[in-house]
Structure formats: C-alpha cells, structure tokens
Design a binder for this molecule. Structure first.
Ligand SMILES: Nc1nc2c(ncn2[C@@H]2O[C@H](COP(=O)(O)OP(=O)(O)OP(=O)(O)O)[C@@H](O)[C@H]2O)c(=O)[nH]1
Ligand SMILES: [Mg+2]
Length: 334
C-alpha cells in the first residue's frame, strides 16, 4: 500500500563556542601575575533522536527554529566556560532527514533511540593561559569561539493511515478529525475546504493509537476527474479502514450511493475494505423525535451490512463510543 508523507522543514543552529579570555592573575604583592584567562566552552549540538513516543511531525508546524545553547566565555583563574547544552529533538521512529538544498538523505532514523547530529556546536576559543610557555609569559592573546553549524533540513515521515474519513464535501470530515485527534485542520461551511489530506493521531488512554486521515471531499464524477477527482481517490487507497461520514440532515441514502459508486468506478477492490458508516450532525435534527430519524437510518445502513454510529462531530456527542468502535474494528481488520 502506498504511504502518506508527513513533512516538515526546520532550521537547525548549533551553539557558538565561547570566547577565550585574556586575563592576568592578581594576587596581593604580585600586581602582575601570569596569564590565567580560561578557554571558552563548546557550543551545544542539535541532535535528532528517534522516539517511539512520537507519532507525527506536527510539533514542527509551529516550532521551526531549533537552536542549541552557546558555550560560555572563558573566565579568570583558568576557569573554562561551561559547554552549551545539546538540543535533543525527538522525532517519530521512521523519520528521514534530508538536506534542504540538495535533497540528499542525511539520516534515516528507523530505530528507537537512533540519533543524528544535524548541527555541530562551535569550538570554544582558547584563553590566554593556554598560550603561555616558559619563554612567553605575558600573553595578551586569546581565541574567539567558532560559530555553530546551521542549515535547513527536511523531515519526512511515511506512514499508512489506519483510518480514512471519506464522504461528500461539507459532511464534516475535518471537524470529525479534530474531534478524534489533536489535529487542527481548516474547517469551513463550504465544499472543498480540504485540498490535501490532514493527519491526526487518535490516542486512547495513551496506549492505543490510530493514524487517521481526513481526505478531501468526493463528488459524483470524481472517478472521471470531477471536483478534485482522481487525485483524491488515490489518497483513499492508502487507508486500512474507512469511516464513511454522512450528513444526516441531507439525503443519506443518495449521498452514500454517490460515494460508493465513485469508489467502485475508481477501483472495485476498495469496496472490500472495512467500512463504518457514521451519521453526523445529529445536533441539527430539530424534529420532536430525533431518535426516530436516527433509528431509521441506522437500520437502513445496518441492513446493508455496515456497522453504523451516530454522532455530532461539532458537539462531541458519540465521539468516545466511536473511538472505541474504530479501535476494535481496526483490530479485527488487521
Ligand atoms: N451543526 C453541526 N455542524 C457541523 C458538524 N460537523 C461539521 N459541521 C459543520 O459543517 C461544515 C463543514 O465541515 P468540515 O469539517 O469543513 O467538512 P468537510 O467534510 O471536511 O468538508 P470538505 O473539506 O470541504 O470536504 C462546517 O461549517 C462545520 O462546522 C456537526 O456535527 N454539527
Ligand atoms: Mg475538510
């Protein structure tokens, strides 16, 4: 199965080395002692480390500048400046790091704990005490620390989605992704808000996790290239199970058929994949007996052989149950 790619571009800068110091010992009765300026500390490195506790590159959507600490300057009395702390950046296992300029693969962090030093810290400069010798006592020179390495790198993570949310434009797919995960996709009251898949990770009690993608809306004729067309259907192939999301205030029967027909036209194999029908926007049912409506459509889809849930992605109604259902169905489908 082809994979989705989660990508982030980040700037890494290692710490500058601290400067060496020019200083002379000052003691009672010995106004001009020998040189005692300490060396500068080393600048911190920027290090990527693969962690099985990380699942996406979402952290880097807002934090793009990764900067390690500078080394301290040298101090009197031969004291070396402190080394800058390394900046350890956790990324999901499977993250590939590329040079932004050349595209060259710099590292493939495919195992938990694997590391890559993306920017080396600068060297600390030597203080004047390092330059003295038996014949050269009055040293007034010291070195500057060198600057830390810096560059832009691309982080890439390939994954297969566990769950793909499909449905007509405006059904509430992005709203549902947001309700199930901590993702924050764009949501708007018009069709085709989503133009490329959004990724989120559903987390049940910190133990059970599913990768969920919200796929752009499909319309009738998509398999012949209408709307966002084939491009979108291609995304659908990459999910293990589907949530077929339907606006209950629309025409559930017709809406369902439109999507199923497009799937079939595109690739009949897709119809064999596990699908859960989810009726959305229950909060908008204003009839006196919304349960009747819900029961009617639940029965309808269950008769067709689909596990069917009813929710409001907006208010959160039914979301916890849906999470459990997704987990157990995913286990069965594996
Ligand atoms: N009242 C109500 N509104 C909802 C619910 N779910 C989604 N909406 C609204 O429906 C509109 C469309 O929601 P989106 O999540 O952007 O829909 P989408 O399916 O991702 O749409 P596309 O990306 O265009 O395919 C927005 O105005 C949402 O606020 C719901 O459960 N109740
Ligand atoms: Mg959307």
């Amino acid at each position: 199965m082809e994979k989705f790619i989660d990508v982030a571009k980040v700037y890494v800068r290692a710490g500058k080395g601290g400067d060496g110091l020019v200083s002379f010992r000052r003691e009672k009765f010995q106004p001009k002692g020998g040189p005692d300026g300490g060396d500068g500390g080393k600048g911190g490195d920027v290090i990527f480390r693969a962690s099985s506790q990380k699942y996406t590159l979402l952290d880097f959507k807002y934090k793009k500048h990764l900067i390690a600490q500078d080394g301290e300057n040298g101090k009197p009395k031969n004291q070396k400046g402190k080394d800058g702390e390394d900046l350890i950046v956790l990324v999901p296992v499977g993250t590939v790091i590329k040079d932004e300029q050349t595209g060259e693969i710099l590292a493939d962090l495919d195992e938990d704990g694997k590391i890559f030093v993306a920017a080396k810290g600068g060297r600390g400069g030597r203080g004047n005490s390092s330059f003295r010798s038996s014949t050269f006592q009055i040293v007034k020179i010291a070195e500057k620390g060198t600057s830390g390495e810096e560059r832009w790198v691309i982080l890439e993570l390939k994954f297969i989605a566990d769950v793909g949310i499909i449905g007509l434009p405006n059904a509430g797919k992005s709203t549902l992704l947001k309700a199930l995960t901590r993702a924050n996709p764009k949501i708007a009251p018009y069709p085709f808000t989503t133009i490329s898949p959004n990724l989120g990770v559903m987390d049940l009690d910190g133990q059970r996790r599913l990768y969920i993608v919200d796929i752009p809306g499909l319309i009738e004729g998509a398999s012949e290239g209408k709307g966002l067309g084939n491009e979108f259907l291609r995304h659908i192939e990459r999910a293990r199970i589907y949530v077929h999301l339907i606006d209950i205030t629309g025409d559930p029967k017709k809406d369902f058929q439109i999507i199923m027909k497009e799937l079939e036209n595109y690739n009949p194999e897709l119809l064999k994949r596990k699908m859960i029908v989810v009726l959305n926007k229950l909060d908008l049912l204003d009839s006196k007996k919304p349960e009747n409506q819900i029961r009617k459509w639940k029965n309808y889809f269950e008769k067709l052989g689909y596990l069917t849930c009813a929710i409001s992605a907006l208010t959160g109604y039914g979301i916890n149950e849906l999470k459990e259902t997704l987990w157990s169905e995913f286990q069965k489908a594996k």
